[in-house]
Design a protein around this ligand. Structure first.
Ligand code: SAM
Ligand code: DTB
Ligand code: SF4
Length: 329
């Protein structure tokens, strides 16, 4: 579904307005976000997306948070060449059987190059769509003609994150610019592919940087259809290894503000969920998140376990059907 062109959607938020939302009393912020969430979404609809790294490690970019950069020689990570599309599609079918309806595939590339590997990604996209799932890929920078080929293969969405504010970006990545990111996002839009675009908190940025990132996201017209909000997963051997974990209520605030400024987007509670307890995750869903990555692994780091997620969905389910329904005797 493409973003509705609702004339009430704003694309001109100021940083101060967004900071003022972020700083609201927590319960007021959550109440406002939840009201908008109910207006534009079925609050019981929490999409399960499954994530797979189809080519792992050895990336020429120097993104400070990432385990897959060849610049971070200290990271313990096995490089894995491009997977075969049959193997990927078998995992997609398994994810579908487990309840996922979106399958996201990531490759540690700086940019897409035409050739056998890209052809194989196109095959994977066709195969995932044939399973009746949404397909999303994240492959680095992309030209308009490559975006058009992905569209023709049936791609639902392309993930390419802003990661942070334009100002803070050079502290995290030096091998490409913010404008490179925007050019790829424009190519995605030009091809008619949904835009999956968000960022990471917990990299040392200020609240003003978080607000500036949301301002840029809300500035897209139409808004991005999908907005992953990641909390940094600090990875040993990366420059951000020593960063403190994000305070769970900062995660909640970021999601709530994203929901307010991007009313119809699917806001994804993404990396960093595994350190939130079930109740903190539910608070994120109340604040407007309506998708999670489901499955034991993200790209190179562990995700919440299947049993934890079963407990989460059991708690959300109608209690007459839930195995954990309380017995009052
Ligand atoms: N190479 C492609 C690119 O950078 O566009 C795609 C893969 S990249 C791993 C996808 C996104 O995952 C990044 O833009 C970043 O927002 C997020 N990510 C990567 N490592 C992370 C980490 N350690 N913690 C939180 N988010 C992370
Ligand atoms: C996104 O914003 N988060 C996902 C997805 N897009 C590709 C990736 C999270 C990666 C977390 C670190 C890792 O597992 O390597
Ligand atoms: Fe490469 Fe993407 Fe990791 Fe950056 S985030 S190092 S581009 S895989």
């Amino acid at each position: 579904m493409h973003q509705k062109a609702d004339p009430s959607f704003r694309h001109d938020w100021t940083i101060d307005e967004i900071i003022a939302l972020y700083d609201l009393p927590l319960l007021e912020l959550i109440a406002r976000a939840n009201r908008i969430h109910r207006e534009f979404h079925d609050v019981n609809d929490v999409q399960k997306a499954s994530l797979l790294s189809i080519k792992t490690g050895g990336c020429p970019e120097d993104c400070g948070y990432c385990s897959q950069s060849a610049h971070h020689g200290e990271v313990q990570l096995d490089r894995i060449d491009m997977m075969k599309s049959e193997a990927v599609l078998a995992l997609a079918a398994r994810a579908k059987a487990a309840g996922a309806d979106r399958f996201c595939m990531g490759a540690a590339w700086r940019s897409v190059r035409d050739g056998a590997a890209f052809d194989s990604v196109l095959d994977m996209v066709r195969g995932v769509r044939a399973l009746g799932m949404e397909a999303c890929v994240t492959l680095g920078m992309l030209t308009e003609s490559q975006a058009a080929r992905l569209k023709e293969a049936g791609l639902t969405a392309y993930n390419h994150n802003l990661d942070t504010s334009r100002e803070f970006y050079p502290n995290i990545v030096t091998t490409r610019s913010y404008d490179d990111r925007l050019a790829t996002l424009n190519a995605v839009r030009a091809a008619g592919i949904e835009m999956c675009c968000g960022g990471i908190i917990g990299m040392g940025e200020s609240v003003a940087d978080r607000a500036a990132m949301l301002q840029t996201l809300a500035g897209f017209n139409p808004h991005p259809e999908s907005v992953p909000i990641n909390a940094l997963v600090p990875i040993a051997g990366t420059p951000l290894a020593q960063n403190a974990r994000v305070e769970p209520l900062d995660f909640v605030r970021m999601i709530a503000v994203a929901r307010i400024v991007l009313p119809a987007a699917r806001v994804r509670l993404s990396a960093g969920r595994s350190v939130l307890n079930r109740e903190a995750q539910i608070l994120c869903l109340v604040a407007g998140a309506n998708s999670i990555f489901y499955g034991e692994a993200l790209l190179t780091t562990p995700n919440a376990s299947a049993s934890e997620d079963d407990a989460l969905f059991a708690a959300l389910a109608p209690q007459s059907n839930a195995e954990t329904a309380p017995h009052l005797e």
